[in-house]
Design a protein around this ligand. Structure first.
Ligand SMILES: N[C@@H](CCC(=O)N[C@@H](CS)C(=O)NCC(=O)O)C(=O)O
Length: 152
């Protein structure tokens, strides 16, 4: 079997995967920001800045913004990691650049929208719809990888 790799597709994948991973890392940094500004920590060793024992105890608490940002980050992990893994295989098997770009752009665009929908928050079903679009893109890439692997 001849194994053909379109370097333009791979280059596009590298770009979009990096952008969406940076976006995910931004959400992680935002969690840190909310933790520090809201003084809401999970671990006793993180509350050193508290002056009294009483203050340290108060800082061991949950905060709605921290938890929302954490859930957004968790969802990124559940969706962006599969996109990167399957997208890598897809970018090694897809030779049509416009089809690949369509997949990458839709996924990345809708993950940005998902983040806004979760963090602002926007009324539902905006978050649910943006999540499902991203899932469909990953499933479509997986379908392409599997059919190429089986039938070529
Ligand atoms: N782990 C997710 C799996 C399903 C999912 O990702 N659902 C989307 C659309 S409703 C979502 O935004 N879930 C909220 C979340 O992951 O915090 C969950 O528990 O909800």
């Amino acid at each position: 079997m001849a194994f053909e790799v379109n370097t333009e597709v791979f280059r596009a994948f590298s770009t979009y995967a990096t952008v969406v991973i940076l976006k995910m890392m931004f959400v992680s940094m935002l969690t840190v920001y909310y933790r520090v500004t809201r003084k809401a920590f999970d671990n006793p060793e993180d509350v050193k800045s508290g002056r009294t024992m009483e203050e340290k105890k108060r800082m061991l608490r949950t905060d709605a913004d921290v938890e929302r940002t954490r859930r957004c980050h968790q969802n990124d992990l559940e969706n962006i990691v599969p996109f990167v893994v399957i997208g890598l295989l897809y970018s090694l098997t897809e030779t049509n650049l416009s089809s690949a770009l369509l997949h990458f752009r839709i996924f990345v665009g809708f993950r940005f929208f998902y983040m806004l929908a979760y963090l602002i928050p926007l009324p539902n079903p905006s978050r649910g719809l943006s999540w499902i679009v991203g899932m469909c893109v990953t499933f479509s890439m997986a379908y392409n990888v599997l059919t190429r692997a089986m039938f070529h």
